[in-house]
Design a protein around this ligand. Structure first.
Ligand code: ATP
Ligand code: MG
Length: 356
C-alpha cells in the first residue's frame, strides 16, 4: 500500500454534502488500487470568512502545498455577498491557483449515455463525445496591462493587452500532449493566428513543443471555426488546448452541450498540488437538503486519481460506475428525478466494489 495525503475543502452550500460523497468513493477506489488515503479537511470561502475573517487562511494554503491533491466542493453564496471586495469568497479559488502555480484548467466534456436526452444537440451528434478541454489559466489578456476608459482625442477608449511568452505556451502545450497520451493522442490547438501576433507565437510554439511527443498528432483551428465545429461535429475532438480568453468561452460552450452542469468535473494543474472541483457553484438554494447531484464532484475525484495519483484503473472504474448508475435510473432533481445524494453515492460505491 502506498500512502497519499488529500486535502478536502468542502467550502460552502452543497460543498459539504458533495465532498463527503466523493471522499467516500475516492477512498474506496484508491484502497482497491493499493493506495491508502489520509484525508485532512480545511476551510476556504464563506466558511473561512465566518471562522477567520478571510476567505483563504494560511493554514489552508500550507496544507494544500504539502498535500498530494486537493478536492474542493464550491465556495461562496449570498450570505457573503456583502463582504469587502478584497475578502470575497471567490478569492479563495484565485488565491489557491496562484499559491500553487496552477496554470492549466482541464475540463472533460463527456455525456453519459443515459443523459443524451438532456443535450441540446441531436442524439447522433452528441453520443460518444469525449473531449478534454485544456485552458491556459495564468496569462493572456486577463492579466495584461489594462487602460480603463479615458477620453483620448475627444473619444472615450479603453484597452487590454494580450501577452504570451514562449515558456507559458510550452508548458500548457506539454501538459495537453501528456494528457492526450492517456487518451486518443490527438491535440487541436486553438488560436486566431490570422489576425493576432500573440496567436502566431502560440501556434509556432505549439508546433515545436508537440513535435517532442511523437505519438501525439497536433492540428490547429481558428477559434471561430472551433466554436462552430463544437456544435456541428463535436466527436472529431480529443484534446483541445487554448489560451485563457478562448478557453473561458469554449469551455462554457462545450459544457452546455452535455445539458447537465451538475455532472461536470474539472482539474487545475501546474507546478504545485493539483486542485479538483465540479464546475457548478455552491447551490445555496438546495444546500443541506440531501438533494445535490454529487456526480460532478465524484468525477472530479476520478480526475484526481488519474492526474495526481496515477491511478488510471481506479479513475476509469469510477467513471464506469457513474455511467451505470445513471442507466439504472438513480438521479437527482437537477436531472428531473426525485433522487438523493445519498442513494446515488451508495449505488456508485457498490458498483466500484464489484469492478475493482
Ligand atoms: P457560482 O456563481 O458559484 O457559479 P451560480 O449562481 O452560477 O454559482 P450554481 O450554484 O451552480 O449557480 O447553481 C445554479 C443552479 O443549479 C441552482 O438552482 C442550483 O440549485 C443548481 N445546481 C448547481 N449544482 C447542482 C448540483 N450539484 N446538484 C443539483 N443542482 C445543482
Ligand atoms: Mg456560475
Amino acid at each position: 500500500m502506498s500512502e497519499k495525503q488529500i486535502v478536502v475543502i468542502p467550502g460552502d452550500g452543497i460543498g459539504e454534502e458533495i465532498t463527503a460523497a466523493a471522499v467516500c468513493i475516492l477512498k474506496k477506489a484508491a484502497g482497491k488500487s493499493g493506495i491508502q488515503l489520509h484525508v485532512e479537511r480545511h476551510l476556504a470561502g464563506g466558511a473561512a470568512i465566518d471562522a477567520y475573517g478571510l476567505p483563504l487562511p494560511d493554514s489552508t494554503i500550507q496544507a494544500a502545498k504539502r498535500a498530494d491533491a486537493i478536492l474542493l466542493g464550491a465556495v461562496g453564496g449570498p450570505k457573503w455577498d456583502g463582504v469587502a471586495p478584497e475578502i470575497r469568497a471567490e478569492k479563495a479559488i484565485l488565491g489557491l491557483r496562484k499559491e500553487l502555480g496552477l496554470y492549466a484548467n482541464l475540463r472533460p466534456i463527456r455525456v453519459a449515455k443515459a443523459l443524451i436526452e438532456f443535450s441540446p444537440l441531436k442524439p447522433e451528434a452528441i453520443s460518444g463525445v469525449d473531449i478534454l478541454l485544456v485552458r491556459e489559466l495564468n496569462g493572456g489578456i486577463y492579466y495584461g496591462a489594462k487602460n480603463e476608459a479615458a477620453v483620448v482625442n475627444g473619444v472615450e477608449q479603453a484597452s487590454d493587452l494580450e501577452i504570451y511568452s514562449t515558456p507559458e505556451v510550452e508548458r500548457i502545450v506539454k501538459l495537453a500532449c501528456q494528457a492526450a497520451q492517456l487518451r486518443r493522442k490527438q491535440v487541436v490547438s486553438v488560436d486566431k493566428a490570422n489576425v493576432l501576433a500573440s496567436s502566431r507565437l502560440w501556434r509556432k510554439t505549439a508546433q515545436e513543443t508537440a513535435a517532442q511527443y511523437r505519438d501525439v498528432t497536433l492540428s490547429h483551428l481558428y477559434v471561430d471555426n472551433c466554436a462552430m465545429q463544437l456544435i456541428l461535429a463535436p466527436k472529431q475532438f480529443d484534446v483541445i488546448v487554448t489560451n485563457n480568453l478562448f478557453g473561458d468561452i469554449l469551455s462554457d460552450e462545450a459544457a452546455v452541450l452535455t445539458g447537465s452542469i451538475g455532472m461536470l468535473p474539472s482539474a487545475s494543474l501546474g507546478d504545485g498540488t493539483g486542485l479538483y472541483e465540479p464546475i457548478h457553484g455552491s447551490a445555496p438554494d438546495i444546500a443541506g437538503k440531501g438533494l445535490a447531484n454529487p456526480v460532478g464532484t465524484i468525477l472530479s475525484a476520478a480526475m484526481l486519481l488519474r492526474y495526481s495519483l496515477g491511478a488510471e484503473e481506479a479513475a476509469a472504474a469510477i467513471e464506469k460506475a457513474v455511467d451505470q448508475v445513471l442507466v439504472q435510473g438513480y438521479r437527482t432533481a437537477d436531472l428531473y428525478k426525485p433522487g438523493s445524494t445519498k442513494v446515488s453515492t451508495e449505488e456508485i460505491t457498490s458498483l466500484i466494489e464489484k469492478q475493482l
